[in-house]
Design a protein around this ligand. Structure first.
Ligand code: GLU
Length: 549
């Protein structure tokens, strides 16, 4: 068969010689050992923790080796494309501060672009035309129905399903049959004429998993769809080559496609990049470990972290903890070093599932946030509130000085020991809400109504907003003594049966009355921030009708 003639018929017109692309996208001039890595998300509208996991691994590997990380958008599948998804992907990656050097919307060097696969259609067609011309790809006229019937037959015969070997009917069409179908205007796709044999095993070195065995590909996969748009498999091989990718780190769910990719690189005459397939993220569910699932686990979606207002650095620290086993120890020793100074290594990545534990992330988050200044915290909260906060929360930022006092107290900035009360922006905003108006009490009083009223009114009778902490506390103690409570904790502990409670119980009542919570930072300081008038009003409002008169 005259394959060149067929190629011309299928993809008519002038396409550049393939050497043109080789020259246009030459090997990059980078120091020895520098890795060119990439992130290649499909704009399906769902970007998940696994993507971030791989993104951090790719970013660290590129930059610790003096190489490049780029962002390519794999948007060849129009059916899966969701409006605004590209923006969502880029926003999510920006939030976590993934430092891309080049790529879609990155604004770096564009010489290896375009970065959207849809804009590269001509390049893929040129390569497809070349494969057809060499007899390595062919048109397939099978309809959806025929393919479905084939699948059914294969399933019934307990054979592997797909378009391969003897089942690849259009592989065996004669020249006359092909031209007759073309003349009749039958729609067709272009398939790879696979030279593989599924009986053959290939040994393969994976940068993460080590030496593994994979089965050779024998499927005549579609490389160009009927609309002339390439499939992901075909496009990505050409892109990884022309963008001069040296290392692909991606999720292990792609291992199943690896044989196809290896064959494509070979038939296209490209040097294969190195591959590292990272393990999946798992969680404990009851007593068993399972993969994080899109349906069951909201924490799989990166949107979750932005909506909750996780501090990006905390998520990054946790991801690094899961990615390289010696990171945690390094970070404990050098908490103030930039994360970039850690020696990240692909070979230190885990071979089997990494256990993702939200509680552990929350601990890390609390720790990270406790290291911020009140100003930094205010800025972090402001950015989150602007996007996700309520109108009431937006007002917290109108009096900056007041807010800084609140944060200073809640974070223990002035004291020696930092508090670790804040985990996420949304939780922190809830935690400081009582400074901006008191709602219903969250915690209940643990004394009788009568005792509560007695405590509050005796406190109000003595309270003076100008009292310093010592005088204020002195007054609370006197009040405790008057009501028969132990004024000193020591006394109480020595003989708890002698008292209805201690000064701590008195303070708890006042605390709930002022804030609605039984646990807060220092109560005197809270009252200082609220001011005497507001404090009095709040306490007054907690008194029963009778006593309020
Ligand atoms: N576009 C693929 C995805 O959606 C990328 C696979 C790869 O990294 O090769 O994840």
């Amino acid at each position: 068969m005259d394959y060149r003639k067929l190629a011309e018929r299928l993809l008519p017109g002038q396409y550049p010689e393939l050497s043109y692309f080789e020259e246009k996208y030459p090997p990059r001039e980078l120091p020895k050992g520098a890795e060119v890595t990439r992130l290649a998300p499909s704009p399906t509208g769902f970007i998940h923790l696994g993507n971030l996991f791989a993104a951090i691994a790719n970013e660290r590997t590129a930059h610790t080796s003096g190489g490049i990380l780029y962002l390519r958008i794999e948007d060849t599948d129009a059916k899966r494309k969701v409006d605004g998804a590209v923006e969502a992907v880029i926003r999510a990656l920006r939030y976590f501060d993934i430092a891309f050097d080049e790529g879609a919307e990155i604004g770096g060097d564009n010489s290896y672009g375009p970065w959207y696969q849809r804009e590269r259609a001509e390049i893929y067609r040129a390569y497809a035309k070349d494969l057809i011309g060499r007899g390595l790809a062919y048109p397939c006229f099978c309809t959806e129905e025929e393919l479905a019937a084939l699948r059914e037959r294969q399933t019934a015969e307990k054979k592997i399903t797909g378009y391969y070997g003897e089942y690849a009917r259009c592989r065996f069409l004669s020249e006359e049959e092909i031209y007759a179908a073309l003349d009749a205007g039958k729609p067709y796709v272009i398939r790879l004429r696979s030279g593989g044999n599924a009986e053959h095993k290939l040994s393969f070195h994976d940068e993460i998993k080590g030496d593994i065995t994979v089965t050779e590909n024998d499927q005549d996969i579609v490389i160009l769809k009927s609309d002339g748009i390439p499939t992901y498999h075909f496009a990505h091989a050409i892109d990884d080559h022309l963008m001069r990718t040296t290392l692909v780190i991606r999720g292990e769910e792609w291992l199943a496609s690896l044989p196809i990719h290896l064959e494509l690189f070979d038939v296209l005459g490209f040097r294969r990049p190195k591959y590292g397939h990272n393990c999946s993220l798992q969680k404990m569910d009851g007593g068993t470990r399972r993969k994080l699932s899109k349906r069951k686990d909201p924490e799989l979606s990166l949107e979750f972290y932005r909506k909750e207002g996780y501090f990006p650095r905390a998520v990054k620290v946790y991801m690094l903890t899961l990615l390289n086993s010696d990171f945690e120890e390094w970070y404990q020793r050098f908490p103030d070093q930039p994360l970039e100074t850690f020696r990240f290594q692909v070979r230190k990545m885990g071979k089997s599932g990494a256990l993702f534990d939200l509680d552990k992330l929350n601990d890390i988050s609390a720790n990270e946030l406790s290291r911020l200044s009140a100003e930094e915290m205010a800025e972090f909260l402001r950015a989150w509130t602007e996007e996700y906060g309520t109108e009431a929360q937006k007002k917290y930022f109108s009096d900056r000085e007041y807010l800084l006092k609140v944060l200073g107290l809640c974070m223990g900035v002035a004291g020696k020991k930092r508090r670790k009360d804040f985990i996420t922006a949304s939780q922190a905003m809830d935690k400081i809400a009582y400074f901006f108006g008191k709602g219903k009490n969250t915690d209940a009083y643990r004394v009788s109504e009568q005792t509560k009223n007695q405590i509050i009114s005796s406190f109000l009778a003595r309270y003076d907003g100008t009292d310093d902490a010592q005088i204020w506390f002195g007054k609370v103690k006197v009040l405790a003594g008057e009501l028969g409570f132990a004024a000193e904790m020591k006394e109480y502990k020595a003989a708890p049966e002698k008292y209805p409670g201690s000064v701590a119980d008195i303070a708890e009542v006042l605390r709930i009355a002022a804030t609605g919570y039984a646990n807060t930072p220092d109560l005197w300081s809270i009252m200082q921030i609220l001011g005497e008038e507001e404090t009095r009003q709040r306490l007054q409002a907690e008194l029963g009708e009778e006593d309020a008169k």
